[in-house]
Design a protein around this ligand. Structure first.
Ligand code: SOE
Length: 374
């Protein structure tokens, strides 16, 4: 392994910018991170790629991912869900490390194939569930693992956005079953499922059964590439809800929506144990609400002390972090694993287990009954 890691990134819009920004921050704030070179940006539209290559600080670009994955030490697959499988498996089969955006795949079968490729490869494979890397979430996990909440009894997770509230909001690949696989369920629910597994998976065990429902409120939207008045069909859910049963007897609820007026990016979890509770929302991501056995109400903990996860890399206490910092932490951990031949979580196995829950919600919705995840 060379000292400097060459990185190839497929995708240059929202997630491309989030990860390119994270790579650019590493040398200044995480000097013990491996040196990285933003080597090649991969996509289809050469004109847009050329502009993005300049803007995101890459050496060059390519429209041929098959060649590019052989030229780099790590391949970031940030494309739409339907193209997660093939390039990621090809990279892993060439022993090139892979960081794939969430959800892992469009379908459970694709996720299983990706998990199997990671199992047979010597390369590190990770899925970019970035909310594990919020300091307040890691602080919450430490409280739970230390038994501060006692036995886990109830889990409540939600991811609420409002960007499709306007029926004239344009169609995009995220609204296509053929490209995305699902809507709010896989785009937003996947994050919450991973977060719940991260936080309570060791004490509550896996989700063993669930019931779920999916709903589409607006079933066609203006086609941004079509003539005025032309529309495209929405073939995924706009919102979902589910109720969960855990191996230890805990119960839970899950929901996500792209129609939740008043919520911009409200990814929230609340956990009740036999000894206390905790609550987190991404819209207040530096804070954790904690209630211990002797507290009469929730206490707000500002998780910005230098002893808190990652905070010592940034600013003094109270100089709060933001959404983008979660990607810096995630890239630091992933690239440190790549350089050190270590392991990274969330792994493709973790991401496959998230995909099993997504699939179970769809099975339950179709069957109109509870389904098992055994
Ligand atoms: C959807 O709007 C979205 O961009 C998700 O795709 C991301 O994973 C989430 O972090 C923010 O919202």
């Amino acid at each position: 392994m060379t000292d400097t890691l060459d990185i190839g990134v497929l995708g240059y819009r929202f997630m491309g910018k989030a990860h390119a920004n994270a790579l650019a921050r590493l040398p200044m704030f995480f000097p013990d991170a491996p040196a990285v070179n933003r080597r090649v940006l991969i996509g289809r539209d050469e004109a847009a790629l050329a502009d993005a290559t300049e803007q995101l600080g890459f050496d060059g670009y390519s429209t041929d991912w098959e060649t590019a994955i052989d030229e780099v030490d790590a391949f970031y697959n940030l494309g739409p869900n339907a193209i997660h499988r093939e390039p990621s498996i090809a990279a892993l089969d060439a022993d090139t490390a892979v960081l794939c955006e969430k959800p892992l795949a469009r379908t459970l079968d694709d996720a299983a194939a990706m998990r199997d490729a990671a199992a047979r490869s010597d390369a590190v494979a990770g899925c970019a569930f970035n909310y594990r890397f919020v300091p307040a979430i890691q602080y919450a996990k430490a409280l739970i693992d230390d038994g501060e909440l006692g036995e886990i009894r109830q889990v409540r997770g939600r991811y609420l956005q409002d960007w499709l509230l306007d029926p004239d909001a344009p169609w995009s690949w995220r609204l296509s079953e053929e490209v995305a696989g699902s809507g709010a369920l896989g785009d937003l629910g996947a994050h919450t499922i991973d977060l719940i597994r991260f936080l309570v998976g060791e004490r509550a065990g896996p989700i063993t059964r669930l019931s779920g429902q999916l709903q589409t409120f607006v079933d066609e939207r203006p086609d941004p590439d079509g003539q005025p008045g032309e529309t495209r069909e929405v073939t995924v859910d706009d919102a979902f809800t589910a109720q969960l049963a855990f191996e230890n007897g805990a119960v839970g609820t899950l929901e996500a929506s792209r129609f939740a007026a008043g919520h911009k990016n409200d990814h929230a979890v609340e956990i009740h144990g036999s000894e206390g509770s905790l609550a987190f929302s991404l819209e207040r991501l530096n804070e954790l609400e904690v209630l211990g056995p002797d507290d009469r109400g929730y206490q707000t903990v500002l998780v910005t002390d230098e002893s808190d996860p990652y905070v010592d890399h940034w600013w003094p206490p109270g100089h709060v972090l933001g959404w983008e910092h979660t990607f810096v932490h995630e890239n630091y951990e992933f690239l440190s694993a790549v350089a050190g031949d270590g392991s990274f979580r969330p792994s493709f196995e973790d991401a496959y287990r998230v995909q099993r829950v997504l699939d179970a919600v769809e099975r339950s919705h179709d069957a109109g009954e509870w389904v098992s995840l055994d």
